[in-house]
Design a protein around this ligand. Structure first.
Ligand SMILES: Cc1ncc(COP(=O)(O)O)c(C=O)c1O
Length: 456
């Protein structure tokens, strides 16, 4: 990747302490990072502290933050009510290795908010949640296969580690056993006919799992009406439906996408906002399915039929306190509506900037998210075309050249805004007009620099 470009050289000049930390990091951390999406060329940003919608790097530079703890921080960084709950809990103990009251309250709060949540089981992360949900579905139905949709992300365990950005034919990626990969059937997204054919042809499918927003929080949107057709089809075929609400949960509505769309799955997976910015997750769903985990006074059941589930940090008191405080705030305030409104204004301002610059890129998204469509095929596309299914998935997700995305991200950082590499971001309830203006100005300046570089 070109390091001598104006944007990259200005980025390096702005962030020398991050560069130095990265030089050390590559000697200890594979690739120098601890999460793939945190990689940035020529080096990642190293963040020292954060507050509200802002964060500061190790050189003291301030940024509007659109990573939001990978989407966990709907309320922004360090919400005072959440901080207080965590501090109070820390003083009482971080881990009892035992049942405790807050886990019951936290579970009850999920039950109150989420339509499908007859029962709730806490886990350590979103990845653990989808792993558990899939296992429960297989155990309950006594069927081996699951169906997933191309491009939909469900974490990084073996059964979901392909068909997201590569291996769309269902072949196993490096490190995954062929037989494990064969347990998942990958269907094209938004194609109810293709799914119907799969479910007509076979009777070994335990469950269908979907990101109810569409792949990657709606980077590839789910088409209107698809979820209700999916619900109807899975019910008719006696196949469980799992909503992966790790991103949408407590963000698109207090009860997640299932509340917003009025479609109730059999099981749903959560993490991120659920856990209030701390590590944690959950599976929630139908009592009869969830009870496949329940210990009985029956040795044979316990050893041969039950799904055991452990996890050192499941519902640890710190996460439980943060999660409970966060969910209560979301249930009792207009936090979601505020974040949605700000994101809508932001998308509008970004599109103004793009139009004024004569760019064919688009800012789109729903709820409190935004995506930047970098238009790799140079289409004359409108936002309605994306939502009408007229722009192919291959152009919406993972199509922009990596060098361009790094350049865009570094360019925005120069102007004081940090976004995800998809590229896009999550808006919190505490982002404001000033944040929007900073971001719009950062994009305008970035586009100018890109144009200068393009002209050479
Ligand atoms: C929809 C979805 N499912 C699952 C996961 C995995 O969650 P975690 O990173 O907590 O393992 C993510 C993470 O971004 C996600 O967005």
């Amino acid at each position: 990747m070109p390091c001598d470009s104006t944007i990259f050289s200005r980025y390096q000049a702005k962030t020398p302490s991050s560069a130095r930390l990265y030089q050390r990091a590559v000697n200890v951390l594979p690739g120098g990072v601890t999460h793939d999406t945190r990689y940035l060329h020529p080096h990642p940003l190293y963040i020292k502290r954060a507050s509200g919608a802002r964060k500061w790097d190790v050189d003291g530079n301030e940024y509007v933050d659109y990573i939001g703890g990978h989407g966990a921080l709907l309320l922004g960084h360090n919400d005072p009510f959440v901080v207080q709950a965590v501090q109070e809990q820390l003083a009482k103990g971080s881990h009892f290795g035992a049942a405790h009251e807050i886990e019951v309250q936290w579970g009850e709060q999920v039950q109150k908010m989420v339509p499908c949540a007859q029962k709730v089981r806490f886990t350590g992360s979103g990845t653990e949640s989808t792993l558990l949900a899939i296992r429960l579905a297989r155990a309950f139905t006594e069927k081996p296969k699951i169906v997933r949709f191309a491009g939909h992300f469900h974490g990084w365990h073996d059964q979901v580690a392909f068909g997201v950005t590569s291996h769309f034919d269902g072949t196993a990626p490096p490190g995954v056993l062929d037989d494990v990969a064969k347990g998942a059937i990958i269907c094209p997204a938004n194609d109810i006919e293709a799914l119907t054919r799969v479910l007509d042809d076979r009777n070994d499918v335990a469950a269908v799992i979907i990101e109810p927003s569409g792949a990657s929080f709606g980077l590839v949107p789910v088409m209107k009406g698809f979820l209700s057709r999916l619900r109807e089809l899975t019910q008719r075929k006696n196949v469980l439906l799992i909503f992966d609400e790790v991103i949408t949960g407590f963000r698109v509505a207090p009860g997640g996408a299932q509340e917003f769309y009025g479609v109730t799955p059999d099981l749903a997976t959560f993490a991120k906002i659920l856990a209030g910015g701390f590590p944690g997750g959950a599976v929630a769903g139908r009592r009869d399915v969830m009870d496949v985990m329940t210990l009985r006074d029956d040795r044979r059941w316990n050893l041969e039929h039950r799904v055991p589930h452990q996890g050192t940090f499941n519902a640890n008191p710190i996460t439980a306190a943060a999660g409970l405080a966060t969910l209560k705030l979301i249930a009792g305030s207009d936090a979601i509506a505020r974040a949605n409104r700000t994101a809508e204004m932001l998308r509008g301002r970004l599109n103004d900037v793009l139009r004024e610059a004569g760019s064919r890129w688009l800012a789109y998204g729903e709820f409190s998210g935004f995506h930047l469509f970098l238009n790799p095929a140079g289409r004359d596309a409108r936002i309605e075309d994306i939502y009408g299914g007229k722009v192919p998935q291959a152009e919406l997700k993972g199509a922009a050249p990596a060098a361009l995305v790094h350049q865009l991200r570094c360019g925005l950082i120069l102007g004081g805004a940090d976004i995800f590499p998809w590229p896009g971001g999550c808006v919190s309830s505490v982002h404001n007009q000033q944040d929007i203006e900073t971001t719009a100005a950062a994009l305008a300046e970035c586009l100018k620099l890109m144009e200068i570089e393009r002209r050479g």
